[in-house]
Design a protein. Sequence first.
Lengths: 418, 294
Amino acid sequence: MTEDSKFTSKRMSRRRVLATAGVGALVAASPFRINLAMAQEPTIKIGFPVPLTGPYGTEAQDQVRAAEVAIAEFNEGGGLNGRKAELLVRDDKLNPGEAATRTLELVEKEKVNFIVGSLSAAVQLAVNNVTKQRGIIFNSISQSDTINEVSDFSKFTFHEALNPHMTAGAVGRYAFPKFGKKVAFLTADYAYGHEMVRGFQEAGKAFGVETVTDVRHPIGTTDFSALLPRIQALKPDILCISNFGRDQQIALKQATDFGMKKSMKIVAPILLYTGRVAAGAQAFDGVVGGTSYYWGIEDKVASAKAFNDRFRKMHGGKVPSDYGALGYGGVKTLLMGARAAGSLDADKVIAAVEALKYDYYKGPQYYRKCDHQSVQSVFIIESKANPQKGDADVFNVISTDEPNEANLRTCEALGHKN
Amino acid sequence: MSGLSFDLIALQLFTGLALGAIYVLFAIGLSLIFGMLTVVNFAHGAFYMVGAYAGLFLVSMGGNFWICLVGVPLLVGTFGMIVERFLVRPLYGRGIDYPLLLTFGLSYIMIELIRIAFGTSGYPFDTPELLQGAVDIGVGYFPLYRLFVIGATAVVLIGLWLFLERTSFGLVIRAGARDPQIVRVLGVDVSRVWLIVFGIGTAIAGFAGLLAAPLQGVIPEMGATILAEAFVVTVVGGMGSIGGAVLAGLLVGVVVSMSSLFAPEMAKVSIFALMAIVLLIRPQGFFGRAGLMS
């Protein structure tokens, strides 16, 4: 660098200082100042505790991907009067204690505006406990019947996911008239399994369904062979397998190996997209179950098409899974509620979300007033023997249980007044 | 309890034997390594898991299940020998806890590496076409593949027995297990013997993992559960005893199966109850030598 250029650069910087000062003075005097100040307002923070590690890690990571889609759409749409949203993901390790700690941290340290997440009946109740005490709106995105009940519900609690009563009910109403009345259950021995069985049995009353056995197994069972011969000997028409994740994959695989599909129909309350992809066509062949979402409905549902396309664009051509899509729905409803309310004030957002009649990704939905349960459709799906349209083409939607409050437990039964 | 019949109980017994076959295969490798090398191989579950992934890899390279039956034990056994040569060998003569901690850490590294290479979500492993479906075994239908697992286990056991009892190298192995110092004085390269024993033990673990893959699919954590259960088997059978591992493995399978029939909630606990009872009556297990751990 020469003496000359040094001199020039000095002069330049002096000029720049003057210019900056001038602009600053102008801004200070102009109405633009308000906008600039607004831009510095903190973002809308959404805490997202999900089990990134552990047996449901695959589903949880997909929930994060889908939630990112909702955030991106909201921000591109101008946010809340220019205020952008941001996702704060935490690993709850599928542990209620861990989830409560992470949630408390998100509320106290990060000052989040909303919490969305959890992927287990027990974990969501732990998160809900924290959020209802702190007055933070929580949208739960996994199955539970208890969260609707008056003992756990608060006005801050929303439930975007289906609950076992709706899911098992829809599958039961489809399966019992078609496949028979003698039903055997193979059930994971915890809240999820118990609530599903209750859902099936309540739906079964109308059809005179008889339970021949209910075999309970612990979570994380890797061999079901010892449980199957007895079920086979009882000769049921239908075998309801109510378990989740790996347990479901292994149970279906081994039931297939034992030739059980020849003498009975196997149904599951929920058929997991990720589970079907991981376990292969053989194990799931001919199995009927329910789901909150399957990407293949995009042929008929415009909002699903838009969501899938956006998801594909953001995540390398992948399609969202069932539980993944709930991450989108859970975040999107709260953000749209905030936009409708024009505020982040909890009571105003609650009122706005209660008033939403929305169709963001799976057809029409709304939150029931008394328990904030999302009233929505349940898709009855059957696994395809031979996928034609690539690896993701795994299910046929064979029936749709349309959104109907009559398929939920009544507000009175849940202990809510009015 | 309704619906109990002789056929059902017989079928349940058979199911237990098939279940036990995998335990047996897993536990004899564990017992072999412990009996000869006094190494408690905590990475045995990881070798089992690597066996399943090696099978997956060979199939994706265009191989089939039958090629895997030979290729997987070779691959996993070779890997086991590398581990023995460079990691376990420097720790001989340092007390039982050194190799225990080493293999414990190694199992975590192996699982993590598999997660990085193959992802966390697991893969299906289709039952080979020839062995699909169920056959009538007189008391009811039983999956053909599980019959095959029982048969394959028997073949491995007979082969191992012949190798240890009827070959001169087997004689050296047995002598080395008794008294390595004398064997060394007699001019035998004991470290080579141990290398091969570790290789055989891990090869059988890999083989067991491959056999288990069509039963339950393949995930990085698949070795962890069976490791805990296999330790029950080796403790019940007697640490270091191969015959004990066989008997205890089959017994554990049958206990799990029978308790599943009468009280499925208790099935998981039942094998630990069995272990407690055996330890109270016979602390060294069925065929164990007392004082091997000290």
